[in-house]
Design a protein around this ligand. Structure first.
Ligand code: DBV
Length: 246
């Protein structure tokens, strides 16, 4: 059992209860991957498991769950809506390393207009402020990433594992509930707006694929070829899908 298993189990169960989910294919060889890290005298197995589903309004709901023992656990959970909807991305990067916990939870905006903020960030602000009291701002993060976050970006480095298991779990559940409410309310946008949505998705995906903070770690465990294919063929796969559909 890892710290983040219950986050993943909860997310899948809640999405299943609320949305009409189907499987999202995981390329062969990426459902589960095992590697060994650590020293010769103290080897440590690292298992990465993937989850994928989709729904009529959500193109891809996917998770990468890394378990390398008590000191190395990650759940990266992201939802990419279909391109006909202006719904933000749901993004959770829950990371436990020897240096401590690093938590990022957000609904990442497609646009930075006032109208978009009113629709998709304002409703989160009270919840966000409530959690920020116990989960203070986590400090510096890459400046070029800032354009991708919302005003309700929960970014924190809890000192205690207990805070992850309690407050962070509550926040994760609340953000997901609110996200599901957005999804249920969403209507397709006019066709004239769909190109802008696609461009925003591509910009976000390119950024995430290029700057994936897990690339170094995954390459160490599983090699460069596997890692690049995992990133471009599953984790951030929109460009491949668009190229395939063309
Ligand atoms: N992050 C991923 C995927 C991961 C993953 C797919 C499979 O996007 C894990 C695993 N994130 C992961 C790991 C680290 C981080 C850090 C292992 C630690 C890297 C290290 O310390 O070596 C939010 N995640 C981070 C950081 C940020 C985020 C800001 C700190 C990175 C840094 O300081 O350089 N989440 C991340 C991010 C976006 C997001 C940048 C979006 C634009 O949604």
């Amino acid at each position: 059992m890892t710290i983040y298993q219950k986050f993943l189990d909860h997310a899948i169960a809640t999405l299943n209860e609320n949305l009409d989910l189907s499987d999202y294919p995981i390329p062969e060889g990426f459902e589960r991957k095992e590697g060994v890290t650590g020293s010769k005298s103290k080897p440590q197995t690292v298992i990465t498991e993937s989850y994928g589903s989709c729904s009529p309004k959500l193109r891809q709901i996917r998770a990468a769950h890394v378990n390398g023992g008590a000191m190395l656990q990650v759940l990266n959970f992201v939802i990419f809506p279909q391109l006909e909807y202006d719904i933000p991305f749901f993004g959770a990067d829950l990371v436990t390393l020897p240096g401590g916990h690093l938590i990022a939870i957000d609904m990442q905006p497609l646009f930075h207009t006032d109208a978009y903020k009113t629709k998709y960030s304002e409703p989160l602000m009270e919840m966000f402020k409530g959690y920020q009291k116990d989960l203070p701002w986590g400090g510096d993060f890459p400046e070029e990433a800032q354009q991708f976050f919302s005003p309700a970006f929960l970014w924190t480095r809890p000192a205690e594992t207990e805070a992850v298991e309690t407050t962070v779990f509550e926040a994760f559940k609340d953000y997901l509930d609110q996200y599901i409410a957005f999804v249920k309310a969403a209507e397709p946008v006019a066709e004239s707006e769909q190109e802008a949505i696609k461009q925003s998705h591509v910009a976000y995906l390119n950024y995430r694929a290029e700057k994936d903070p897990a690339r170094g770690m995954l390459t160490r465990f599983y090699g460069e070829e596997w890692t690049e294919e995992y990133i471009h063929g599953f984790l951030f796969d929109l460009e491949r899908k668009l190229a395939g559909a063309a």
